[in-house]
Design a protein around this ligand. Structure first.
Ligand SMILES: *Cc1c(COP(=O)(O)O)cnc(C)c1O
Length: 432
C-alpha cells in the first residue's frame, strides 16, 4: 500500500531493501566526508544533525589555514591572508543563496542566531499604540519566546498583551495553516509582526511560509522567520515569498560547529529604506570610507549594512568548509533525500506500531511530505525514557524532550537508509 508519506515509493522493512536504496542514492559518497562518532567501537547512528551537525573532514584544514595566516601575518592578514579577513564574510552570500532561496545581496553571515533575531526585530518590529502585536507559534523555541517577550517589553508593552500564540487544535501536535491565517486576519490591524520558525523544533512541522507571509502583508504587518531547523533541511524561497527578514544558525543542518556563526536575510526592497531603524556598527558602514573613522553612519545598501562587528573568521572558516559541501551536493538533492529518509522512517515506525500489541509510538510530525523535512518526532506512549536510554546504549544518538518525545533526524548528507532500518531494528527490540 502506498500512503501519503511514501510519495512515489513503495517501502519494505528489510536490510536488503534499505541497502538497495543506499545503492541508488546519488548522495551516498558524502557520508565519507564527515567524522561519524564512534560508540561501542563502531560508527554510531547519529540522528541529531538537527541539533549539532557532524564535522566535515575538511573543516580542520579550513580553520588551520586561518590560524597559519594569523601566525604568519598578524594584523596584515586582514589584507594579505589567502582569504583576506577584511572581506572574509563576502564569500558566504553566493554559497547560501541556493540554500535559502535569496539573492546574494540579501544575505549576510554575522553574530549568533538569537542576536540576529533581536537585531532584525529592532528593524522590523516597530510597534505603535494601535499596531503592536506579534503573532507566532505556540511552543516556539524558548530563546525565541524570550526574544519576543523582551522585544515587547523594550517597547513598553506587556508580553501577555502583545504576543499571540497560535495553538495546535485539541488532540493535535501541529498547527493548521488555516488557524495561522485566521489569527493573522483576526488581529489584523493590531498586528505589527508575524514571526514563525520555518520548521518547528519540537514537532518537525514545516510551516507554509509563503502563505503566512502573504497573509501578514495583507494586514499590513511585517513577516520574519527563524530558520534554525529549516536552513539546509527544506526548500526555501525567501526572496520570491517576499519575506521581510529571516535568520538561522549554522551549527544544526549546516554542520559548521558548536556555536557557529549565524546567517541573516533582509529582502532587497528594504535595503534603501532610510526610515528603517537599525542598531549600527562599523562593519555595516560604507566600505569605501570605513577606515576614515568618521562619525556619520552610512549603511552599506545591502544586507551587509546590518553588520555590527568585524567578522569572526575562525568560526566562519568552519562554515565555509561545510558550505562547499552543500554546493557540491546541491540543495534540491538534499531536500529530496531528506524527505525520503523521513518517509522511510515513518514507514518503519508504523510497521513497529502495527506489529506491537498496542500502539507505542505516536508520530507527531506531519506525515505529508510538504509539511516535514528530515526530522521525525516520536511521542512515546509507554516506557519512553527507558526506550531512549536503551537506544543510547545501543549506539543511537537521538534527542529527548520532556515529557515524552524522542526527536530523530536522519540527515541527507551523512545518514543512510540502512541507518534508518537499523534504528527500527533496535527500537523494535524494546517494544512488545
Ligand atoms: C537552535 C535554535 C536557537 C538557538 O539560538 P542560539 O542563539 O544559536 O543559541 C534559537 N532558535 C531556534 C528556533 C532554534 O532552533
Amino acid at each position: 500500500m502506498n500512503t501519503s508519506y511514501q510519495q512515489d515509493m513503495v517501502f519494505e522493512n528489510s536490510l536488503h531493501f534499505a541497502k538497495s536504496l543506499d545503492e541508488k542514492d546519488t548522495l551516498k559518497k558524502f557520508r565519507e566526508k564527515f567524522y561519524i562518532p564512534i560508540v561501542n567501537e563502531k560508527e554510531c547512528i547519529y540522528f541529531t544533525g538537527n541539533s549539532l551537525g557532524l564535522q566535515p573532514k575538511t573543516t580542520q584544514d579550513f580553520v588551520l589555514n586561518e590560524l597559519e595566516d594569523w601566525a604568519n601575518y598578524g594584523v596584515e592578514g586582514h589584507f594579505h591572508a589567502k582569504n583576506p579577513w577584511v572581506s572574509y564574510h563576502e564569500m558566504f552570500p553566493d554559497l547560501l543563496a541556493e540554500v535559502v532561496g535569496a539573492l546574494p545581496e540579501e544575505i549576510v553571515v554575522m553574530n549568533q542566531l538569537t542576536v540576529n533575531l533581536h537585531l532584525l526585530m529592532i528593524s522590523f518590529y516597530r510597534p505603535t499604540k494601535k499596531r503592536f502585536k506579534i503573532i507566532c507559534e505556540a511552543k516556539a523555541f524558548p530563546s525565541d519566546q524570550y526574544a519576543f517577550q523582551s522585544q515587547a517589553a523594550l517597547h513598553g508593552f506587556k508580553p501577555e498583551d502583545a504576543i499571540i500564540e497560535v495553538q495546535p487544535r485539541e488532540g493535535s501536535s501541529y498547527i493548521e495553516t488555516q488557524d495561522i491565517l485566521d489569527a493573522i486576519s483576526q488581529h489584523g490591524e493590531e498586528t505589527a509582526l508575524v514571526i514563525f520558525s520555518g520548521v518547528n523544533y519540537y514537532s518537525g512541522q514545516v510551516f507554509n511560509m509563503q502563505q503566512i507571509c502573504k497573509a501578514a502583508h495583507e494586514v499590513g504587518a511585517n513577516c520574519g522567520f527563524d530558520l534554525a531547523h529549516a536552513a539546509g533541511n527544506v526548500a526555501l524561497e525567501l526572496h520570491d515569498w517576499n519575506v521581510d527578514f529571516a535568520c538561522w544558525c549554522s551549527y544544526k543542518y549546516l554542520n559548521s560547529g558548536p556555536g557557529g556563526v549565524s546567517g541573516a536575510f533582509i529582502h532587497n526592497r528594504h535595503h534603501n529604506n532610510s526610515n528603517l531603524l537599525r542598531l549600527a556598527g562599523w562593519w555595516g558602514h560604507d566600505k569605501e570610507n570605513r577606515f576614515k573613522m568618521g562619525a556619520e553612519f552610512k549603511p552599506i545598501p545591502t544586507a551587509e549594512g546590518w553588520q555590527l562587528s568585524n567578522a569572526p573568521v575562525l568560526s566562519m572558516a568552519a562554515h565555509l568548509a561545510s558550505l562547499e559541501i552543500f554546493a557540491e551536493a546541491g540543495m534540491h538533492n538534499l531536500v529530496t533525500k531528506g524527505k525520503q529518509l523521513s518517509a522511510y522512517l515513518i514507514y518503519i515506525l508504523e510497521h513497529i506500531n502495527s506489529s506491537a500489541k498496542e500502539k507505542i509510538i505516536d508520530i507527531i510530525t506531519p506525515i505529508h511530505s510538504e509539511e516535514r523535512g528530515c526530522q521525525v518526532s516520536m511521542l512515546m506512549l509507554k516506557d519512553g525514557k527507558k526506550i531512549f536510554e536503551e537506544l543510547i546504549k545501543a549506539g543511537v544518538i537521538a534527542d529527548w524532550r520532556e515529557p515524552n518525545v524522542i526527536r530523530v533526524a536522519p540527515v541527507p548528507l551523512y545518514n543512510s537508509f540502512e541507518d534508518v532500518y537499523q534504528f527500527g531494528q533496535i527500537i523494535s527490540k524494546f517494544i512488545q
